[in-house]
Design a protein around this ligand. Sequence first.
Ligand code: DSN
Length: 420
Amino acid sequence: MGSLLQKLEAAVKRHNDFYKNSLPLIASENLTCSMTRKYYLSDLGHRYAEGKVGERFYQGCDAIDEIEQLAIDLTKKLFKAEHANVQPISGVVANIAAFFALTKPFDTIMALSVPCGGHISHDRFSAAGIRGLKVEYYPFNSEEMEIDVDETRKIALKLKPRVFVLGSSLILFPQPVKELAEVAAEIDAKVLYDGSHVLGLIAGGEFQDPLREGADVVTASTHKTFFGPQRAIILSKKELADEIDRAVFPGVVSNHHLNTLAALVVSLAEMLEFGKAYASQVVKNARKLAEKLYELGFKVVGESKGFTSSHQVAVDVREFGGGARVAKSLEGINVVLNKNLMPWDDVSSSSDPSGIRIGVQEVTRLGMKEGEMEEIAEIIHARIVKGEGESLKQRVIELKRKFNTIKYTFEEEEAYVWEE
Ligand code: DSN
């Protein structure tokens, strides 16, 4: 048993050391401050609080009620939402709940295909499939990286989908929430916006505000451009509150992970205080990175619209052997990002797609600005185009050494603490 635990300890330490010396550019991840992490370890992580605030099935939930009410109140305030459910334990769980609230089995929904950026849970082989939904993909213009609204309207008037799903995993630009909310009104459908990727940008006022543009429901995980633990929220119009709450509990959660619920409160407070400055820097950084990569000769997607309005940059790397090869090669010099399907790819090529996706939200949280984005672009170029090796890894380690402190928080602190 001793050696097994030593092995575990060594693996966790190795992981921690790797991240300390790497550039984390996965678009769906972020860091939490120590005040957030403190609550992970609290006794809350041993408890259940089935039901709603003030209507629990177990005793011992007085303080938990207070914590959950704080999370609800701050979420409603931050997103100016009529209703907030803070119980889903992940983005996929939130999406399953939303589908249960808004549809019946065999209904049709419209969503982005995975190559066009849609999240797997919007598709028939995942959450939408669990609900037994038929999924019709939006017609998509890959030059402009946007949904073709006119064609969508024609299809929708014929197929009468119950839900238009918006928001995606590859999301460079705002999406047509207002336009599809108008189509939805014609056929009595709903708009569900999955804001997982851009939640922090919405909170900071740097991206479209789906509720104001007409979305009925917003689901979102809380740990991508947001500063929270790995869990999720659902925002909705008041008239959908009961359906959403019932779909979450008893629908898809029993235990709703009370330790990370408390941690979520800290991240909501951080976002209220620092969200605007953070989100603005994230978008500036993403644009600068895209521009520099383009200047260095890379095929950066979304050129006609200025490459990006979010935290993400997408690059077509087919000329360098494709996304799998490029992502693996960058990992070799401690640059961590992911291969990504592009709109022209077939979903069957997901193990070796055309592109890579880069997210700057985590390095921005560590204080990087436009100058560092230029350096990151140069590092990627030196590795992928010039084939440089070990010396580049040292350059990455040197660069990262200057950015190991968590910013946009109440007390700035070391990011990669691991006590052995
Ligand atoms: N897999 C995540 C992403 O990278 O977009 C979302 O769940």
